[in-house]
Write a protein that binds this ligand. Sequence first.
Ligand SMILES: CC(C)(COP(=O)(O)OP(=O)(O)OC[C@H]1O[C@@H](n2cnc3c(N)ncnc32)[C@H](O)[C@@H]1OP(=O)(O)O)[C@@H](O)C(=O)NCCC(=O)NCCS
Length: 181
Amino acid sequence: MEQNLYSEFQILPLTTRHKLNSFDSSNIDLNDFFINDALKYQEEMAGRTFLCCWKKDIAGYVTLVTDTLEVHAVDEKDRIDGYPYQKFPCIRIARLAVDRRFERKGVGRFLLSVAIGKAISISNEIGCRYITVDSKTESLGFYEKHNFKIVKKYMHSKYPKMYLDMYPIATLMRSKESLEY
Ligand SMILES: CC(C)(COP(=O)(O)OP(=O)(O)OC[C@H]1O[C@@H](n2cnc3c(N)ncnc32)[C@H](O)[C@@H]1OP(=O)(O)O)[C@@H](O)C(=O)NCCC(=O)NCCS
């Protein structure tokens, strides 16, 4: 398998047609959710799942939900980007996993960019400023690499909540679009 498969990845919404049983990331809970619950969540409008496919294989998936990012804005040092608000509208990456065979080939980054793209597209219709994740300890470095920050309030929790401000990305995308007209 080639190292860089970026141009060959395809993003597809999860459907009943997909065969999920063979998905195998290094995280058992994320496999279990994907194989047994993702479709049910989707049917119940509790989470939307998108697959990253390479040829006929499912290389990874991401599940997105709406959420609220809550902070202790009373304490200035805990504020998000200096705002005095306690709550911010966000999209949360509820699950993200890459099959072991595809690890470290850019699938995680690709799924992250898809999640950000979808969240920004939502923000064109409904207020939504941040994208968040309750990171597993072993994937903290992955999110930090992609400019996510830890919410101070959750610094010591088992799954620290992390956030990414979409404003700079959205601004860049909009100014690029305006040049294309
Ligand atoms: C964490 C995970 C999503 C990363 O996906 P991936 O496809 O292997 O990562 P990518 O190839 O897209 O990596 C992109 C960059 O992040 C880095 N990276 C990947 N995983 C990392 C980790 N765990 N810690 C630190 N950096 C990491 C890569 O080195 C790469 O950096 P580079 O461009 O400088 O080389 C994947 O390994 C995984 O599914 N792990 C098990 C489940 C899990 O922990 N999911 C997260 C739930 S919150």
